[in-house]
Design a protein around this ligand. Structure first.
Ligand SMILES: NC(=O)c1ccc[n+]([C@@H]2O[C@H](COP(=O)([O-])OP(=O)(O)OC[C@H]3O[C@@H](n4cnc5c(N)ncnc54)[C@H](O)[C@@H]3O)[C@@H](O)[C@H]2O)c1
Length: 414
């Protein structure tokens, strides 16, 4: 099949949207033809940047536009399900941001709407799509290090100090790191381990009274075959995970003094969070700095965290521009050429490419609705396990599509 332009629209042009737009900009295959946001300033800035694109104030209006073939849904968590269903009912293909939904009923309804309308639904989980994670999976499945034995992921971030809208500070609307960050780690672990999780024991932590959402979780995840995985995310921003690598600085979005100042401002109730968020959205003064870096930066354990995969005869982890393989012969630094590829910030291009190839070339979507639902089930189980203080058995797990390994073997060369 021929390459052609895919006509896409962005629904919810916020901070998350601003992260994906640069990846769309560098992809010739994508034509951004419309956007939708309830914020009039954002709509103005969108049409100013994307000349000829339409801007709509409601999802319903956008979905009536026959020129739009597919949508990227980046509205707040509580709208992921309703907006996906509206788009599906209008025949639009969908990428939905993480968390896929607030609960499994919503996720089931999204999958059903996609199936009924025969549209493609991709659960966007960002970090599990990145080339270093794909390379790790390639090493695991190659068998060169023997059997996969354990996976550990640890993230120490400033997530709780980043500006938040009131709805993000509401746990009932998906606020906090278990909803917002666990999808990245869980999806990565499931991808590396093959997909099917048997059970979860987890705990969440809410330690800052001024932020009424959990800023911490930890979980022990066991796969059906008994392989263990541990994941942890601490978003309170005291210790910063970038320091876990020799080349990392004490900085994610904020440096050490910035975090002290922000914590003080939050505690004193003196922070204009909405204005700070708007600065990070399209056309805002921080958008360029945070999401449109021109220089390729070396990987540091930011929101995904330090990832260490252990096999019988070696370990695998991220390197500056690829992965390290530690084996019986020593350490091998596999450069994936990330520094020279135009991947978009946070390497967002791979999500779009999987979606594009599914739509235009008829390839499978590996991170489809059922895969996303299974990731959500694990995230919800972490929260439930913490409340009930017991192990939660899972029921909706699916394995990774067997064709996935051939797909990444083709993409990741070393
Ligand atoms: N994958 C990632 O790495 C990543 C990064 C950031 C955010 N996100 C996800 O993006 C989503 C939004 O988070 P954010 O930080 O960008 O918040 P945000 O508030 O900056 O963005 C949400 C946008 O949606 C708009 N909006 C709200 N209600 C709407 C409606 N009913 N119809 C149309 N537009 C509406 C808002 O005006 C805003 O511009 C979250 O689900 C978050 O998990 C993902």
């Amino acid at each position: 099949m021929e390459k052609r332009k895919l006509r896409m629209a962005m629904i919810g042009i916020g901070v998350g949207g601003a992260e994906i737009l640069p990846a769309m900009d560098v992809m010739d295959e994508i034509d951004l033809v419309a956007g939708c946001d309830i914020n009039p300033v954002t709509r103005e800035r969108f049409v100013e940047r994307y000349k000829g694109a339409k801007a709509y104030a409601t999802v319903e209006e956008l979905c009536k536009d026959p020129n739009v073939e597919a949508v990227w849904i980046s509205t707040p968590n509580q709208f992921h399900a309703p907006h996906t269903i509206i788009a599906a009912n209008h025949g639009k293909h969908v990428v939905v941001e993480k968390p896929m939904a607030l609960n499994l009923q919503e996720a089931e309804a999204m999958v059903a709407a996609a199936e009924k309308n025969n549209i493609k639904l991709l659960a966007g989980h960002t970090r599990s799509f990145t080339p270093p994670i794909q390379a790790m999976r390639k090493v695991i499945t190659s068998g060169r290090l023997g059997k996969l034995c354990a996976i550990n992921l640890f993230a120490y971030t400033d997530w709780m100090l980043r500006p938040r809208s009131p709805q993000e500070l509401d746990p009932n609307q998906g606020g906090g790191v278990p909803y917002r960050q666990a999808p990245h780690q869980v999806d990565t672990v499931r991808l590396l381990g093959g997909g099917k999780v048997r059970s979860v024991r987890g705990m969440t932590g809410q330690w800052m009274p001024e932020r009424p959402i959990p800023g911490y979780y930890t979980a022990y995840i066991e796969f059906e075959d008994g392989t263990p995985a541990n994941i942890t995310h601490n978003g309170y921003g005291y210790y910063i995970g970038a320091q876990m690598v020799a080349w990392g600085e004490d900085k994610h979005q904020y440096d050490a003094q910035g975090r002290v100042d922000i914590r003080k401002a939050i505690r004193a109730g003196k922070r204009d969070e909405e204005a700070e968020k708007q600065d990070r959205r399209i056309g805002g003064k921080l958008e360029q700095i945070v999401f449109r870096r021109s220089e390729p930066e070396p990987w540091v354990p930011e929101d995904l965290g330090m990832t260490i995969v252990s096999c019988e005869r070696g370990d695998i982890r991220h390197s500056k521009h690829g992965i390290f393989i530690h084996d019986d012969e020593g350490v091998h630094d596999i450069d994936l050429g990330l520094a020279t590829k135009e991947l978009g910030p946070s390497l967002r291009r791979d999500e779009l490419e999987e979606f594009y190839e599914g739509l235009v070339f008829g390839k499978p979507l590996y991170h489809d609705g059922r895969w996303g639902l299974a990731t959500l089930e694990v995230c919800l189980a972490i929260m439930q396990s913490g409340k009930e203080r017991k192990e939660i058995m899972l029921k909706h797990q699916v394995g990774i599509n067997p064709a996935y390994d051939a797909y990444i073997n083709e993409r990741i060369e070393f």
